[in-house]
Design a binder for this molecule. Structure first.
Ligand SMILES: Nc1ncnc2c1ncn2[C@@H]1O[C@H](COP(=O)(O)OP(=O)(O)OP(=O)(O)O)[C@@H](O)[C@H]1O
Length: 368
């Protein structure tokens, strides 16, 4: 089935004034009706991408397409896009109804139609009966829902959400994550959500773009990005990881921490230097004899569902283990892991190079 692309960035670079490029030759596609997340550390360019899509700023180089039409200079109010801002940007002097109705009044819609549309939008976000409330009488989570109702009432094709959950406490934040995800499914509108919280991105998205320093480091489903990070930055940013230097000896054979291990990775040069990732939950505590790695326990923390155990091997590599089994500080233990738990990353590989390598490799495998 061909892809139904709603937004496309083609080699987009953005500089503010004559400053450095905050987005550097970025290309990507957004498919209609899916939940996308832009994830990355502060200052990596996430908000700039939203501002370019919304029409609040223009690219310095490159092209942005919306439903196949180039929209670089189309003004914000002519785009089928609505933004939910971090601070919600609600009007404090207007009640809930008027906040949601605002955009429709500007469009000079008839009063009866406004009433119907606002009621429908409030129903969608579970705020029926709150029409006459003042904004200051609403909780953080409720304000958030008013802001979303105000965005969906205009029936945009795309909703942009700029860290909309960051002001909420942890419990409410988790509730709103479910709610937003559910709302997106029911509406079928494309959502583009910005966060620097990797757990939030993993929990909510159909697709994640991981950004760093104005470039997309990797794009993929949450599972792809968690299981197959393409470089050290992504592996480190997405969840906790053990990342150690290693060497690929041959297909499915890798060396690290002074030993050779069976793995499932292929398509590297013989003796190529690589980075190795093993997630803490993929390491199992066992006896020194049974362990594939022998380590000494340096410290441990009880995290409620598991112990977080920090160990060192004889080469000085740190190994973080999540285990329901306890170990004693100073104790020598073995760590066991399956070959599939080892993920090998080529040094400094870009996403395009990574995709080409996997493609070339699968063609070779098909021929065999
Ligand atoms: N109007 C502006 N003028 C000049 N520089 C800007 C402007 N807006 C953003 N920048 C710079 O562009 C870079 C990217 O900013 P952006 O807001 O896109 O990052 P972000 O990933 O959304 O960060 P955060 O998570 O902190 O919001 C930053 O270095 C920022 O200082």
């Amino acid at each position: 089935m061909s892809k139904d692309v709603i937004i496309r960035f083609e080699n987009v670079t953005k500089q503010y004034d004559d400053g450095p490029a905050v987005l550097d030759d970025v290309s990507f596609e957004i498919e209609r009706g899916k939940f996308y997340t832009l994830l990355g550390p502060s200052g990596c360019g996430k908000t700039t991408i939203l501002r370019l899509i919304a029409g609040f700023t223009e690219p310095t180089k490159g092209a942005i397409y919306f439903n196949g039409q180039k929209i670089n200079s189309v003004p914000a109010n002519k785009r089928q896009v609505n933004t939910v801002f971090q601070d919600y940007a609600l009007f404090p002097h207007l009640n809930v109804f008027e906040n949601v109705a605002f955009g429709l009044r500007i469009k000079k819609m008839k009063n009866a139609d406004i009433k119907e549309k606002v009621a429908e939008a409030l129903r969608f976000v579970n705020l029926e009966g709150y029409e006459n409330r003042e904004i200051r009488e609403m909780s953080g989570g409720q304000r958030q829902r008013v802001a979303i109702a105000r965005a969906i009432v205009n029936e945009p094709e795309v909703i942009l959400l700029d860290e909309p959950l960051s002001a909420l406490d942890l419990k409410l934040r988790t509730e709103m994550q479910y709610e937003l995800r559910e709302l997106q499914r029911r509406l079928g509108i494309t959502f583009i959500f910005v966060t620097h919280d990797q757990e939030e991105a993993l929990a909510m998205s159909d697709m994640i773009f991981v950004l760093n320093k104005g470039k997309i480091q990797q794009s993929g489903t949450p599972k792809d990005i968690y299981d197959e990070p393409i470089n050290r930055f992504v592996a480190d940013f997405i969840g906790e990881s053990n990342i150690v230097p290693g060497k690929m000896i041959a297909d499915c054979l890798v060396e690290f921490a002074g030993k050779r291990f069976e793995c499932v990775d292929k398509g590297f040069e013989p003796n190529e230097h690589v980075d190795i990732v093993i997630r803490p939950e993929d390491l199992e505590i066992t006896s020194v004899e049974r362990g594939k790695l022998q380590v000494r326990v340096d410290s441990l923390l009880f995290r409620g569902v598991h112990y977080e155990i920090c160990c060192y091997d004889q080469d000085g590599n740190e190994w973080l283990v999540h285990s329901t089994k306890k170990a004693e500080v100073g104790e020598k233990i073995g760590l066991y892991f399956d070959p599939e738990a080892i993920h090998v990353m080529r040094l400094n590989e870009t996403e395009e190079e990574y995709d080409r390598r996997l493609e070339a490799y699968s063609e070779v495998s098909d021929e065999k």
